[in-house]
Write a protein that binds this ligand. Sequence first.
Ligand code: GLU
Length: 469
Amino acid sequence: MAKPVFRFAPSPTGYLHIGNARTALWNALMARKSGGTFLLRFDDTDTERSRQEFADGILEDLAWLGIPPDRIERQSDRAARYAAVLEDFKARGLVYPAYETAEELDRKRKRQQARGLPPVYDRAALALTDADRAKLEAEGRQPHWRFRLSGQTVRWQDGVRGECHIETASLSDPILARAEGQVLYTFASVIDDADFGITHVLRGEDHVANTAVQIELFQALGAAGAWANEVDAGSREAHATTIRLPAFAHHNLIASATGEEMSKRTGALSLRSFRAEGVDPLAVAIVATLTGTSEAIRPLEGLDALADLLDLSKFSRALTKFDPAEITDLSVKLLHAKPFAALQESLAHLGISGPKAEAFWAAIHGNVSRLEEVREWWSLLIEPQNFAVAETDFLSECAGLLPAEPFGVETWSQWVGAIQAKTGRKGKALFMPLRLALTGREQGPELKAVLPLLGRAEALARLVPAQRL
Ligand code: GLU
């Protein structure tokens, strides 16, 4: 059997949001676990709204998530191929010219709706005679091209939804190409899926109705022997036989519980907004992938562990809400659980390295919610500091009781024991002046871990700043 080829096909008209990430991740990780290919296709036939800056941004976001594509294709590179298939369809009478303007179509739809009818194209263009067409063209109208649906029932076995069927009689004949020649998504998508040997079309359930149309288009392509025009050598083999429909699966959609609309246009809940907040991309990946499935959202080791959990049968069928705060919470949990070795490089980028780095991470990891916050603790605990101190008498007394080096995990309790015995202080009255003097903060890592990081000389200098050399 040919190797699986999955694809993610965004239009570069904005930055990816969590909903897009869900589709991208499912495709990339299903490809990964099946040893297949993850293809990124830019659906950029809408030249007015598509922008290079967004295409670049999408690639960056996928790399950030850890799922860079194995192969990239752009619909804008394939206009000649689409035009050739359109000509073939015209020659075989599979498409027909129609001349209605957008306003005329809109009026028709409104009239149908007013009469309680579904707003399906009435195929008026099919009744035009050669003379009618000549007249319309003489008036300056150029035709757009509609694909003639069979009007029959299209059935497929959906990977998520099971047995599906749609009467194409209930759908409008889709426009494949506009008057000015621009081809539309559904047509380009089917030609691409066929040419690139896509074996699995896994996308949001907002595309279920498209699937019936697309299956009829696949059949039209196959019957045309259109594979003979194959432009992609890599997938020639896959198309050696007549027609190979990809397996279709439509996942449920997710929505923000806070009512925020996910929008490529406004950038709401975009991957880059999470990136800017310093969120761990794995947290985004886990929430985007597992929300609305039977798997609980929880910390996982990495994308391979996430891929292991994926199975189309785990999707729930309903729209599922998620709270964006789940992503930040999970990101914090993941950070707290990270072993030093996994972070060594990122910490070094923040200037945190050397013999104290590992003990430092062990001491403060529970006190940060973003990696960047580590830098401040490094400066507080590792670099010399002159914090203002109150209770100088008490602190001088404590300084006099500080055990000798080497400092270890026991040093703190020995010291506290000595202070208690000598001063009679305990609880907050004892700890808070020490914490403030040693760390400059009311809250932070355990002082028993702080002492060995500071070392005796720095600890003394912080307790009695006047004596700092
Ligand atoms: N460009 C389409 C979209 O963004 C692709 C849909 C598909 O996967 O076929 O919705």
